[in-house]
Design a protein around this ligand. Structure first.
Ligand SMILES: *Cc1c(COP(=O)(O)O)cnc(C)c1O
Length: 394
């Protein structure tokens, strides 16, 4: 037996969650479908441990295919255990629900993913949970916001749409001094580029829909936890009845096997394109922590091993409609939600209406680009076409 803890990252990506000898010698874990699980006798059936979610009990808790994905992601990120959910948003809502009840106060980063904010507003606040938004740049200053009834601090780095980096170790140190768990949406960092648990995160949340799936054909979420917080999280997932199809787990596991090469390649292209964009006369700022010019670069370099290929571009002041015409003129960039697949995407985003704890002063329209596996020079030529259109309509 190999000690998987000693393996380097890429070897682990290839070997974690695999046991061919137990599955007819097949390289990949097959798709085990099933709802009912049969037991040898009444005593065994009735003696099931309700707190053991990693044995075959009933299909809703997963099959060997689910467990393989969960084990691989937990090992890669350095957490204790993981649970798969039907979407990234389901992972967020179940994780928040695990740590909140009426009368609790939670600290939510102002730059969080939009639907997370909607969930807090529509599903937590009406049930008596006080949700306080904080500045992503707060760092150790979070200590001043902690109250006796604070039950979690939620981070997301970099921030949604505007890509501010957070000093997660400093935030975690303050929260842990009061025995408060730190939850983090690590979709951008991924288990491959950000070891959330080494930086003080207790509960790491992923939209597996993005780089883990990697091919824009599966919706999936994952929550990875420390040993201490496993049971409350796993129980919340069970209580809501969240369950993922083994076919989707298979697809996510298949995607995970190549996350390293994909992300390294996409990072390289994203950096090339981001640097090119920085030099363009139409561009005010590129919001990408991997760029030396980015205010979050030092923290990113200290804490992350690499960067996702998703970043923001602030145009110099032009009409909002002109930014739309620019995107419409692109041929290779698709227009649509999500990211993390092998194909490039472009959208324009409006941040001003969303934030409450901080003020976003943009300049011109804000674009969000996702760089896929296409040749970076073809993408640059496509963006040149977009800028030509921008000039024409502005
Ligand atoms: C997409 C996304 C999610 C939600 O994932 P879904 O699988 O689409 O529900 C959560 N967090 C971040 C940062 C995301 O980009």
């Amino acid at each position: 037996m190999i000690d998987k803890k000693k393996l380097r990252r890429d070897t682990l990506t290839s070997h974690a969650g695999r046991d061919p000898q137990k599955h007819a010698g097949l390289v990949n874990m097959p798709v085990y479908r099933g709802s009912t699980v049969l037991f040898d006798d009444v005593a065994t059936y009735e003696g099931r441990d309700p707190n053991d979610y990693k044995v075959m009990r009933y299909g809703i808790y997963g099959t060997p295919t689910t467990f393989a994905l969960e084990e691989a992601v937990a090992q890669l990120e350095g957490g204790d255990k993981a649970v798969a959910l039907p979407s990234g948003l389901a992972a967020i809502t179940a994780a928040l629900a695990a740590f909140t009840k009426a009368g609790d106060h939670i600290l939510m980063v102002d730059t969080t993913y939009g639907p997370t904010r909607t969930f807090c507003k529509r599903r937590l606040a009406p049930y008596g949970v006080e949700v306080e938004y904080y500045d992503p740049l707060i760092g150790a200053g979070i200590a001043k916001l902690l109250r006796p009834n604070t039950t979690l601090v939620y981070c997301e780095a970099p921030g949604s749409l505007t890509f501010e980096m957070q000093d997660i170790p400093a935030i975690a140190a303050a929260a842990h001094a009061q025995n408060i768990p730190v939850l983090a949406d690590n979709t951008w960092g991924t288990p491959y580029f950000f070891s959330a648990f080494e930086h003080g995160v207790d509960v790491s949340i992923h939209a597996g829909t993005k780089y883990i799936g990697g091919h824009s054909d599966v919706l999936l979420g994952l929550i990875v936890t420390t040993e201490k917080y496993w049971l409350p999280v796993r129980r919340a997932v069970a209580d809501y009845g969240f369950s993922v199809s083994p076919d989707d787990c298979y697809l996510a596991l298949r995607g995970l096997r190549t996350i390293g090469v994909r992300m390294r390649q996409q990072q390289q292209s994203a950096l090339k394109i981001a640097r090119w964009l920085e030099q363009r006369p139409e561009v005010l700022r590129v919001l990408y922590p991997a760029l030396e010019s980015d205010p979050g670069h030092a923290i990113w370099k200290r804490d992350f091993r690499g960067a996702a290929s998703l970043f923001g571009v602030v145009l110099k002041p032009v009409a909002w409609e002109a930014a739309g015409a620019m995107i419409d003129a692109l041929n290779l960039f698709g227009i649509g939600s999500s990211w993390g697949g092998y194909e490039s995407l472009a959208i324009r985003t409006d941040v001003n209406a969303i934030r409450t704890a901080t003020k976003w002063s943009s300049g011109g329209p804000l674009l969000r680009l996702h760089i896929g596996l296409e040749d970076a020079d073809d993408l640059i030529a496509d963006l040149e076409r977009g800028f030509a259109k921008l000039k024409e309509v502005a």
